[in-house]
Design a protein around this ligand. Structure first.
Ligand code: AMP
Length: 536
């Protein structure tokens, strides 16, 4: 067979050739844009020529500090097209971490959204590798800024070559993109994605037994383009010629609901927080969501109650998936096997709220101190993963040795795997609660609490305990206008869990602290609770 390289330029070329008139709908600060793949192709090529003119060399990094919009999409293809690496920077990182990732990746050029300039301006004196800044905006004028030299993206594109040819001698194992993990402790860790990994990951997103993304779809990635390449969706949606809807800066749940309705979005993906927000507006408002055929949820556990609300109340199919920055991200996808459709509703929702089976080409196992765990849905162990879109090291980071051993990625996620092969994430290793020598899953408790009609959000953390070593404490945000007491919540939980699982305390809060990608920041909650206990 021919050993043709699996590289990124042919993905865009396919959209240019076969779907030139299909659209990328993009919301920016000033406007809604509708660009055809023909235009996106020409603009991407012009950007590739501009980056080359700036002296960006093969293997060098170009960073983006940007929302989900068409200019970001163009950068997704332009940088890999000249053999450079696109580093998508999480704009919500602390300034320390922001400086760390830009310097550690040795970004040469930064592409920055106009409204995000202040974030970079605040740390510019600490940046050691950047020689050029480019502002992403609808305007051709360069705004006032302390970043120097600063160029206008649109002005540069006007001078670029829209027929620029991408490199033809790219090796599929060259890096094409890069993201850092949103570490809750320690410095973020850099993951490089190869052309090959991204191409194969895109193929699997098109499989009928996974997300089945296709040309028929109108795909709206809500997950940020800096969070594991927006789960790879901009690459695969372009590859398949799907219509894309990119929701741009500072979107609200209302705006997402409006976009779903007006653009007939069929496919969307994001973390549970996004869907909680959307549920609240759509249950109050009057939106037509009938176009949606798949809402993909990952990044944190999707509470079963959320899956049921989407499907039963709104008639919107909702799918639970699991992955990590280190895995591009798709590892597993929860779907019913053909013979499970006839199982009871209870069994079906149980399957659907697990994290699902590994997708083709991904290999998994669970391991604990006794060796490999049995696939019986009971034994718990750390999840190990390998596959063609799983990283095998962190970029220049000695923590690689800990995470990547004997050909497997050690995830730090504790799982059970059932007889059908479905993974259930019990907890992060460090979030599991060990009470009197027995494990309590904070995730299970959280999901159950979030099923209570008065509860909007809940996070359960372990706090040190003299007698039992650790005990669970629940932090709960109530829905507007609802009340429930600690005793009532524990009574409700007592129907589902043994008594020793029930939280020792329930703290009612206005909001829960979150990580930069919208997950509950349990470390902060734990410190808050332990600190308050010490003071009292
Ligand atoms: P990140 O690299 O930021 O995407 O975070 C990856 C981590 O998020 C995983 O190691 C899991 O702990 C968690 N995670 C991702 N998807 C899920 C899911 N569907 N259910 C539970 N945890 C998840």
């Amino acid at each position: 067979m021919m050993n043709t390289p699996l590289t990124i330029p042919p993905m865009l070329e396919r959209a240019e050739r076969y779907f030139p008139s299909k659209q990328v709908i993009s919301r920016t600060l000033d406007d809604m844009h509708r660009l055809s793949y023909r235009e996106i192709g020409r603009r991407t090529r012009a950007l590739a020529s501009v980056l080359t003119e700036f002296g960006l060399k093969r293997g060098e990094r170009v960073g983006t500090v940007a929302w989900n919009h068409h200019r970001h999409l163009e950068a997704y293809f332009a940088a890999p097209g000249i053999g450079a690496v696109l580093h998508m920077i999480n704009m919500r990182l602390s300034s320390d971490h922001l400086v760390y990732v830009i310097n550690h990746a040795e970004d040469r050029i930064l592409l920055i959204d106009e409204d995000l300039l202040p974030i970079v301006e605040a740390v510019k004196d600490q940046l050691t590798s950047v020689h050029t800044y480019i502002v992403l905006s609808d305007k051709k004028e360069v705004p006032h800024s302390t970043l120097k030299p600063l160029y206008s993206y649109e002005a540069l594109l006007e001078k670029g070559n829209p027929n620029f040819a991408f490199l033809e001698d790219l090796d599929e194992n060259e890096p094409a993109a890069m993201c850092y993990t949103s570490a809750t402790t320690g410095k973020p860790k850099g993951v490089l994605y190869t052309h090959r990994g991204i191409t194969l990951h895109s193929l699997v997103q098109g499989m009928v037994d996974t997300t089945a993304l296709s040309e028929n779809d109108v795909c709206m990635p809500v997950v940020p383009m800096f969070h594991v390449n927006a789960w790879g969706l901009p690459f695969s949606a372009t590859f398949y010629g799907a219509t894309q809807v990119l929701p741009g800066p500072q979107f609200t749940p209302q705006l997402l609901a409006e976009l779903i309705e007006s653009e007939n979005v069929t496919f969307t993906g994001g973390v549970p927080t996004i869907w909680l927000g959307l549920l609240q507006v759509i249950e109050k408002g009057n939106y037509d969501l009938s176009s949606l055929r798949a809402v993909i949820c990952g990044g944190s556990a999707a509470p079963r109650s959320m899956i049921e609300r989407f499907e039963k109340t709104l008639n919107v199919p909702f799918f639970h998936a699991y992955g990590m920055t280190e895995t591009s991200p798709i590892v597993s996808y929860a779907r019913l096997k053909s013979y499970q459709h006839s199982w009871s509703e209870e069994e079906r929702y149980q399957i659907r709220s697990k994290q699902g089976m590994a997708v083709p080409l991904i290999d998994i196992k669970g391991v604990n101190e006794n060796g490999e765990i049995a696939w019986n849905g009971k034994e718990m162990g750390e999840l190990l993963i390998r596959g063609p879109w799983v990283a095998d090291h962190y970029h220049e980071d000695e923590r690689s040795q800990e995470a990547f051993r004997n050909g497997w990625l050690h995830t730090g996620d504790v799982v059970t795997i059932d007889e059908e092969g479905a993974i259930k994430i019990v907890d992060r290793t460090k979030d599991l609660i060990k009470s009197g020598g027995e494990w309590i899953s904070s995730v299970d408790l959280e999901n159950a609490i979030m099923g209570h009609e008065a509860v909007l959000e809940a996070a359960v953390v372990s706090v040190p305990h003299e007698r039992w070593q650790e005990r669970p404490v629940a932090c709960v945000v109530l829905k507007e206008g609802h009340v429930v007491t600690k005793e009532e919540l524990n009574e409700y939980l007592a129907t589902q869990f043994s008594k020793w699982w029930l939280p020792d305390d329930v703290l009612f809060m206005k909001q829960l602290p979150r990580t930069s990608v919208g997950k509950f920041l349990k470390r902060a909650l734990r410190e808050q609770i332990v600190g308050a206990k010490k003071e009292s």
